[in-house]
Design a protein around this ligand. Structure first.
Ligand SMILES: [Zn+2]
Ligand SMILES: [Zn+2]
Length: 164
């Protein structure tokens, strides 16, 4: 399906084709929480990077998270590029050069009505903030870290892959 998104101030607008548009994947990691997760988590969708069209590109700012791994003294920069509007700060999408054919729009930046997921995945619960009490539905899956199932595989398992 075609997803249309924008930042809050409207300076940046984008469109992208998605076969994996269900907002089911709630990530409670500190990066998602700090950059986009007012409720303690953020939700990324799956889109096809070669279909991404952007207006207001000159307003984009890119953030690469600084990561510190246990047992290693120095922080290193994540290759993932988190795109924001430089005027209003809305987090719009993530693009990772390790998977260049994909782009991950933030569900909160999408203006197109998204389908309601029949079940959700709660990931990185080991990193959630102490005040966050996840709303776990009866069919939901929970993971302390990352699940093995990708965004694409979740849609395939549930027969919910959309026409691009
Ligand atoms: Zn903006
Ligand atoms: Zn995260």
């Amino acid at each position: 399906m075609l997803l249309e998104g924008s930042c809050h101030c409207g300076a940046v607008r984008f469109r992208v084709r998605s076969r994996h548009p269900y907002p089911f994947n709630l990530c409670y990691c500190s990066i998602c929480r700090k950059t986009a997760g007012a409720g303690g988590f953020a939700i990324n969708l799956g889109g096809e990077h070669d279909t991404l069209e952007v207006s207001g590109r000159e307003h984009l700012r890119i953030y690469r998270a600084r990561l510190r791994e246990p047992g290693r003294a120095e922080a290193h920069e994540s290759p993932a590029e988190r795109h924001f509007c430089g005027l209003c700060g809305s987090h719009l999408w993530l693009w990772d050069p390790r998977w260049p054919e994909l782009v991950h729009p933030l569900s909160a930046a999408i203006d197109t009505p998204l389908p309601v997921p029949p079940e959700r995945t709660h990931l990185m619960l080991g990193s959630k903030a102490s005040w966050v009490e996840p709303a776990i539905g009866p069919k939901d899956q929970q993971f302390a870290g990352y699940p093995k199932e990708s965004i694409a595989e979740w849609h395939q398992r549930l027969g919910l892959v959309a026409d691009a």
